[in-house]
Write a protein that binds this ligand. Sequence first.
Ligand code: LMR
Length: 405
Amino acid sequence: MTAPTSSLFSHVPPYAGDPILSLMEAFQADPRPNKVSLSIGVYFDDEGRLPVLPSVRQAETALSQDIGARPYLPIEGIAEFRAAVQRLLFGAGHEAVASGRIATLQTLGGSGGLKVGADFLRRYFPGAGVWVSDPTWDNHRAIFEGAGLDVHSYPYYDPATGGLSFDRMLASLDALPPRSIVLLHASCHNPTGVDLSKTQWQALIPVLRERELIPFVDIAYQGFGDGLDEDACALRALADAGIQFFAANSFSKNFSMYGERCGGLSVVCSDRDAADTVLGQLKATVRRNYSTPPTHGARVITRVLNDPTLFALWRDETAAMRQRIRAMRERLLAVLDEKFQGRRDFGYLVRQRGMFSYTGLDESQVARLRDDHAVYLVRSGRMCLSGLTGANVDHVAQAMAAVLA
Ligand code: LMR
């Protein structure tokens, strides 16, 4: 046997690691018993466990009786799953659903929807640039750049207020070339927790229309802001206004089914014929990427979304997760207010929505939280509030107070 004398891959640089997922690995390897993970966007219950939702368990039990063979699914996924995605995002009676002008695919999580949409846009809108909020989820940039598109950013977060820089955002989008792609977060903005109000969406929509921009909406936390319908109101407002746009949705968080990689990509078109054509080319994109989607998770979700009893149970489960996150926001605020006695404003904790808050902690403070107190946040200062529990919230508040002192 002759071992190679030099590597074929010597020009390949080492992977720097993902800023979010590598923290999960570091957290798992941390032996300290009081460690707290507030980095990755995953919902934990008050015992710090990843829940298996009873609606999911019941659907899986029922499915296990007649699970049957596992043929290849159609490229676009399970028909009942795709129809349920449209109802969930746009509302059952929405004109765009009824008229068949939405092309929907089952995808590998929300990320899969972003990737398939990005590949499609690169092919059919080759000169278009993508504009993402400053800041945005790190992987947005990576996915669109990976598809060969140029990625830029528009103003979004205002560190002075812990809120939205809406006027600057609007002015920046109002100056974009026609057919630029604008990545928007429907609700529970990742990483800041800062969302547009309904009135701000109504002010944004004419700019999108008049500048002929192509919105690409990411909806990964439906149910974690104000409710399943409320969190989708931006999608419905865009469709009502006759805007043609993309929406990638994820079921990872609201079904607590992260590893099943279930999500969808919906493209709202002008009419049924356009939607059929778009669906055909999206299928071609999927075939070129991973051929066809997997079965199990989508079967479970299809069952829950199509069974009125299971759906009602799941709706209540999403409400309970949302309320627990809110309670943790309030509890952390109360403990920090008590400690700081008005010397610092933590009100952003209850104004920001969904799983995440931008704490304003800088990189060195985040490093001290991790090294000295075993509390893990993302380097940007993003905190995932759903990792807080009744048992660890005081420890986290103490740790924050120590690094802010
Ligand atoms: C996050 O932002 O933490 C989640 O969306 C998980 C991920 O894949 O980054």
